[in-house]
Design a protein around this ligand. Sequence first.
Ligand SMILES: [Zn+2]
Length: 345
Amino acid sequence: MAGLLERLQKDVVLGAEGYLFELERRGYLKAGAYVPEVVIEHPNAVAELHREFLRAGAEVMVAFTYYGHRAKMRAIGREGDLERLNRDAVRLAKSVANEGGALVAGNVCNTWEYDPQKPEESEQVVRPMFEEQVQWACEEGADFFIAETFNHLGEALIALDVIKQTGLPAMVTFAAKNETSYDDQPWEDACKILEDHGADVVGLNCSRGPDLMLELIERIRPKVSCYVAAQPVPYHTTHEQPYFQVLTDPHGNRAFPVALDPFLHTRFEMADFARRARDIGVNYIGICCGGAPHHVRAMAEALGRTVPASAYSPDLSLHPVLGAKAETKAKVQRHLQDFDLKQQS
Ligand SMILES: [Zn+2]
């Protein structure tokens, strides 16, 4: 089976993330702590979401170890389950990946323990956290690693170094809130430094919606010669509110993280994102928090693919009122007012 780099060489690789948010919406994960205990408590729910993304065209099953690191597990009093959670997550991803020839990504993320004022000291805390997660994922058969949502270049470089030592491909992406990283690097420079340190794929994920993310990607793309990834959140962010953590509703209430629904992009808007990302040379196209299988299927189809879930893609010509068949329309004439189509009929 082709690995990540072989696939990227040939074509765009379609990814899918957003496990925390989607499993929270489904009632399997607590917003706030955002720890993936669901891997242990309800493994079938995790496997099912993997499967839905797979059917929607995702080529990578990302092991659900996001925020499954030692500091987070300690914070909820479950440090004892750390290794089990990490190993089980990779096994779950692998079992579903095998159903459809997908790759398995080991996953690490920002730890919230990195302090740019004390880089050496905090590396002593952060590095072992990455090392254990990466080792477990390796032993369980991860094909490559995604290290993501970094705000600090310094922390991303530590994760990259740990991953490089496995010999597996490394994709490292930042969560770009402001114009620079928290350690003051413009994102295109931060990505170039990652490339110079051996990252195979660099780019951005989370925080920004598609439009705001692509603005930064357009600066990153010409700056690096390695592969580029873009996995935005499917929410309408703006220049005034460029990342979803600061979105506010018309009453001024913060929408993040559990009242974001009014800002959600449609599948068609995410399909448009996939096309635009491909056209500016993004190699790994995906989606992050808020993303759901219907988005991913639309993105896959926008890239010209027919995926298992395409069997159920919309066909509104079959709709009793909106559809094209005149005899059907006549039959439901009396209902047309429900759709405000009376005048047109
Ligand atoms: Zn995210």
